[in-house]
Write a new protein. Structure first.
Length: 95
């Protein structure tokens, strides 16, 4: 993903993830999808350990949690690990 494509401000998809290999694999997969979908989406990762108010604010009950934002509001949410193809279908149906 090119510079400026990952960041919380103006993000369309937020990944609320924990630690370890699964979290890294999910984020890499989402970066690949952002590259495939071009300017349609921006991906950002929020470390819930460093931002403990975020789970409460958005009702996050499990990790990973994927959220799609539209005009600053949560438009869609997915909880749990999914294959890349299913995440892509979900993103495309939600944007």
């Amino acid at each position: 993903m090119g510079p400026g494509r990952v960041g919380l401000a103006g993000a369309d998809i937020i990944v609320s993830g924990g630690r370890g290999l699964m979290a890294k694999e999910n984020f890499v997969m989402l970066q690949e999808l952002a590259d495939e979908l071009g300017e349609k989406i921006t991906v950002a990762k929020v470390n819930i350990d460093e931002n403990p108010g975020i789970p409460t604010k958005y009702g996050v009950r499990g990790v990973p949690t994927l959220m799609i934002f539209s005009q600053g509001q949560v438009a869609a949410t997915k909880v749990g690990a999914l294959p890349k193809s299913k995440i892509k279908e979900w993103i495309e149906s939600s944007i």
